[in-house]
Design a protein around this ligand. Structure first.
Ligand code: NAP
Ligand code: MG
Length: 496
């Protein structure tokens, strides 16, 4: 069921969610919103905004702390939904649920901190106060690939800052979304503060984004959709009383550099996990591997051997290291890039795929890729790795920076000079040195990209909540009314 204007709403048209590893298995069905329902959701969220934003920061934060508690107790159940609906391995599912819990805890604490901002400079006879206040109605649009963590993080960040929310989850993962909405209501969130508007992006997405009462959009997903939303949100229209704010976290074409000085054992393992974990379906996944010429052949041979040890099969069986991709569209898209790769480069490795139903694609490695190739420029979102041979470290850095994306990047090296060079010249939002480039942790690695990868100030970081608030300053002339500033002494005088 949808949640619109504080009430559950069932519609005739349903969205069917399937298990990627066994496509005939229906994980759940969910009511699908229409454009009219989406419109009604924004209207009611707007009407309820003054009430929800009047809750104290502490009262809003408590909802998040309780939600974290409930998530902890339902952890394994949620893991299971992630395995079944998104095709995550158990380990990846645990990480997803864990991150969701962290987001609740972290943003609740951050909100308490922001409720007492640093004091402004005070002069006698004047009182200056800075406060952060919520913006209004936020439309939250997360992707399917972290169907719990990103959905939870973006939703609770908008809520705890005093906004009312219309959540439009991905059509791939409506069941997990509905589970979390359950959790929030159980945690004490007033039902009118959050609308659950499951529906297709093209049908209800545009309605939500372009509604004149929508104040901001918090989007995470592909560059194409992010740019579309940004454009639509900026369009002036009758009745619009503000410039909508857009926070858009988008794709990546993330590179790992392997230097001559690298520890090759660590590099093989780090590259394989970064490239093929969760079938390469992470915005942070390694999709370009840039190896220095002198060690290229030795390293690639070992990487191919390591890749051969990855077993493909249904995600729910822990014996398998790689599962199926999200849906049939993803399967075909990745297939078309494999065909392109065969023309642009040399196929170094392709795993076999299970002979069973499900959206299977081979784990694939191409060599001989150059910066101008499509395999080096376009986000593919699958277990497909493009290997590039660089003549020296400067060229490697130059190639690493040669896409319009700037999300994550990695370096394996034992040379302090090259590590220093990468620190200053490798332009990405999150750079990882001598480790995997996926799996950012809340408050340890605030996460997000620059350039065409995003416009935000990093999820799970200290600046994130400010996206969803306006700072307001009140200056009061306290002399005008004949008062002297309080010294504190008068408070100790006996009351008359
Ligand atoms: P997507 O196709 O762009 O979809 C993201 C969300 O946008 C979904 O909820 C989708 O709904 C919705 N949507 C589609 N068209 C819309 C429209 N016209 N108006 C409003 N909403 C619309 O991305 P995805 O396939 O779910 O996720 C993969 C992408 O996300 C990759 O590019 C990945 O790199 C990126 N990503 C980035 C980050 C980051 O933090 N930077 C994190 C995770 C993923 P439907 O499902 O109904 O179409
Ligand atoms: Mg599905």
């Amino acid at each position: 069921e949808l949640w619109i204007a504080g009430r559950p709403v069932a519609t005739a048209e349903k969205l069917v969610s399937r298990n990627p590893s066994r496509s005939s298995e229906i994980v759940g069905t969910h009511s699908k919103a229409t454009a009219e329902l989406a419109h009604a959701a924004v209207e009611d969220a707007y009407a309820f905004f003054s009430e929800w934003s009047a809750y104290s920061a502490a009262d809003r934060s408590i909802v998040l702390f309780r939600a974290a508690e409930i998530l902890r107790t339902r952890r394994f159940e949620l893991d299971a939904w992630l395995v079944m609906e998104a095709g995550k391995s158990w380990a990846e599912a645990e990480a997803d649920t864990g991150e969701a819990i962290d987001f609740c805890e972290y943003y609740a604490r951050q909100m308490l901190r922001l409720d007492h901002p640093e004091a402004l400079l005070q002069m006698p006879g004047e009182k200056d106060v800075l406060r952060y206040i919520g913006l209004g109605v936020g439309v939250v649009i997360p992707p399917w690939n972290f169907p719990l963590a990103i959905l939870v993080g973006t939703t609770v960040a908008a809520l705890v800052t005093g906004n009312t929310v219309v959540l439009k989850p991905s059509s791939e993962t409506p069941i997990i979304a509905a589970k979390f909405v359950e959790v929030l209501f159980e945690a004490g969130l007033p039902a009118r503060a959050l609308n659950l508007c499951v529906g297709s992006g093209s049908e209800v997405g545009d309605t939500l984004v372009s509604h004149p009462k929508t104040r901001f959009i918090s989007f995470t997903g592909s560059r194409e959709v992010g740019l579309h939303i940004n454009e639509l949100a900026a369009k002036p229209q009758p009745g619009l009383r503000w410039i909508r704010r857009v926070v858009a976290e988008m794709g990546g074409k993330d590179a790992i550099l392997v230097d001559e000085e690298a520890d090759l054992n660590a590099a093989v393992e780090g590259v394989a996990l970064s490239a093929f974990g969760f079938q390469g379906q992470k915005c942070s996944a390694c999709s370009r591997l840039i190896v220095l010429n002198t060690i290229h052949d030795r390293f690639v041979k070992r990487l191919v051997e390591a890749a051969g040890a990855w077993l493909l099969g249904p995600a729910e069986n822990p014996a398998f290291t790689m599962g199926a991709v999200a849906d049939e569209t993803a399967r075909q898209k990745i297939g078309s890039y494999i065909a392109i790769g065969k023309k642009e480069g040399e196929l170094l490795f392709a795993s076999s795929v299970p002979e069973m139903e499900g959206y299977w694609v081979p784990l694939t490695i191409f060599g001989g890729i150059r910066p101008e190739h499509r395999l080096a420029q376009e986000e593919i979102f699958g277990p497909l790795l493009a290997v590039m041979r660089a003549t020296d470290f400067d060229q490697a850095i130059q190639w690493a920076n040669s896409t319009r994306y700037a999300l994550t990047g990695g370096l394996f090296s034992r040379s302090p000079d090259n590590i220093e060079l990468a620190r200053s010249e490798f332009r990405v939002g999150n750079l990882y040195i001598n480790r995997t480039i996926t799996g950012a942790m809340v408050s340890r690695q605030p996460f997000g990209g620059a350039a065409m990868s995003g416009v935000g100030t990093k999820a799970g970081g200290p600046d994130y909540l400010r996206h969803f608030m306006d700072p307001r300053v009140v200056t009061e002339n306290t002399l005008r009314r004949g008062f002297a500033p309080k010294t504190g002494a008068e408070e100790h005088q006996p009351k008359k």
